[in-house]
Ligand binder design. Structure first.
Ligand code: SF4
Length: 248
């Protein structure tokens, strides 16, 4: 019996383990631009400068009565004032009084307000608001915050628009997207919740300025202090504005 010669199997090199992947270097988180506070006395200076810039600032919704302004403001949610103003003449011609609107067929109102967006919800709010005015307030718009905010489609912002512009009452301040943004950029508040922004502005400005201040901030927000590209280089508020160096 011959001894079987051992076969020598050449050793295979062990397969290389793939090098552990290096974690991608973390991108530094974008620096947040902390809102800076305006210096004391800034509020009055900012108001004076805005009045000088926009002496004719006013509500840009067309209306001839509290009922019309209330309806127009409901329609202005997520829609431009210009578009609302193109829609309301037909609406008020078809339904001149809250009683007429309360009796409207939803599909007829929807067809009129369609171009303002969210037309089904808006038509429902308009008819509901008109029914509530007819049933609870003798067909008139009540000049009271508590009565307004319980009407269908009406929140505090809409109520402030109506009280300030149709009744000349400074009960609160309209805080829309422009007012909220400018209040922070101008260092008037660090709050972002509309109700808190409103409270902060009401503490800083005298009541008789509240309605006009909202118009002024909205006008400046639409014309100069754009959400994405504020035109700080040409803004006459820049010397007073702690955010004047915002990029863009
Ligand atoms: S300076 Fe710039 S950030 Fe300040 S209000 Fe003017 S446009 Fe807006």
């Amino acid at each position: 019996m011959t001894a079987r010669s051992k076969q020598t199997v050449p050793k295979q090199p062990a397969p290389k383990k793939p090098a552990p992947k290096k974690p991608a270097p973390k991108k530094p988180a974008p620096k947040k631009v902390a809102p800076k506070k305006a210096a004391p006395g800034q509020a009055a200076r900012i108001y004076r400068e805005l009045v000088a810039l926009y002496p004719d600032a006013h509500c840009e919704l067309d209306f001839e009565s509290p009922y019309q302004l209330l309806a127009a403001t409901i329609l202005s949610a997520q829609c431009t004032d210009k578009r609302v103003n193109m829609t309301t003449p037909q609406l008020f011609a078809a339904y001149p009084t809250p009683a007429d609107l309360a009796a409207a067929r939803p599909e007829d109102v929807e067809a009129i307000v369609k171009s303002t967006g969210f037309f089904r919800a808006k038509a429902r709010s308009l008819i509901g608001m008109a029914s509530a005015l007819t049933d609870r307030h003798g067909g008139a718009v009540p000049p009271r915050m508590d009565d307004l905010v319980v009407l269908p489609g009406v929140g505090r912002k809409t109520a402030n628009v109506v009280l300030g512009n149709a009744f000349g009452m400074n009960v609160g301040m309209v805080v829309d997207t422009h007012v909220g943004r400018l209040a922070v950029r101008l260092g008037l508040t660090t709050e972002t919740d509309p109700l808190r922004v409103e409270q902060a502005l009401m503490r800083l400005f005298p009541a008789e300025q509240w309605t006009m201040l909202a118009h002024l901030l909205i006008w400046h927000g639409r014309r100069v202090c754009d959400a994405r590209k504020p035109r700080c280089g040409t803004c006459t508020l820049a010397p007073l504005c702690p955010s004047a160096q915002l990029p863009g």
